[in-house]
Write a protein that binds this ligand. Structure first.
Ligand code: COA
Length: 185
């Protein structure tokens, strides 16, 4: 077993906290992990000040990771489940009364990979806005692709991989790739 002295660990922490990027990571990590209603209230205050638009009664459960928050707009009474990931570089717009189930991931960028002679990581990104309408329910572990436009009242079943296209109002989607398996009413 590795045995490090407290002095060495304290020094390491001190060096970490001197770096503003690492300091930010510590802050985001700790805020994401505060349990209970207290945690929900702290996260609402924290993220609402950073979002492009933030409605009333935002619930962000534990372990949620948010990137490029200033490009994300959220309506009223939205709940984001445990361990969700939202990446907003290409913009994410979420309506009101939306329920996002645990461990769902929403991405708004793709890596460009057209040039075979250059590593993908050097080719940049394409940005594609994700739009989620009002009264949408997204089940647990869904993956929402860049460019998805999920209109009002849709239901996304658990584990669906939702492609970057438009899904008309009231659609019920399931599977990978997600297909329309029905309509509400
Ligand atoms: C969308 C949902 C509510 C539909 O439930 P339901 O009305 O009871 O529908 P059923 O289970 O009868 O499924 C209807 C059809 O869709 C298919 N289907 C449902 N969910 C599916 C999924 N995730 N992937 C693939 N197919 C799916 C079923 O196989 C069934 O097909 P069949 O008619 O050929 O047998 C449910 O599938 C679901 O995903 N719930 C989310 C649960 C969750 O994540 N809870 C977290 C709370 S935030």
């Amino acid at each position: 077993m590795v045995k490090r002295s407290y002095k060495l660990l304290a020094k390491r922490l001190w060096w970490d906290l001197k770096d503003s990027t690492i300091r930010k990571s510590y802050k985001y990590y700790l805020i994401a992990r505060i349990p209970g209603f207290f945690g929900i209230m702290i996260r609402e205050d924290f993220w609402c000040n950073k979002l492009k638009r933030c409605g009333k009664n935002l619930i962000i459960k534990e372990g949620v990771t948010i990137y490029d928050v200033e490009q994300i707009s959220i309506g009223d009474s939205v709940s984001i489940g445990i361990n969700c990931v939202l990446e907003g570089k290409g913009k994410i717009t979420i309506g009101s009364n939306v329920l996002i189930g645990p461990q769902t991931t929403i991405f708004s960028t793709n890596h460009i990979f057209e040039d075979n002679d250059r590593p993908i990581k050097t080719q940049g990104l394409t940005l594609k806005e994700v739009i989620i309408g009002n009264d949408v329910w997204i089940g647990s572990k869904a993956f929402i692709m860049p460019g998805a436009n999920i209109e009002d009242s849709c239901v996304i079943s658990a584990g669906s991989v939702v492609g970057g296209r438009r899904y008309i109002k009231g659609s019920i989607l399931a599977g990978n790739p997600a297909r329309v398996i029905g309509h509400r009413n």
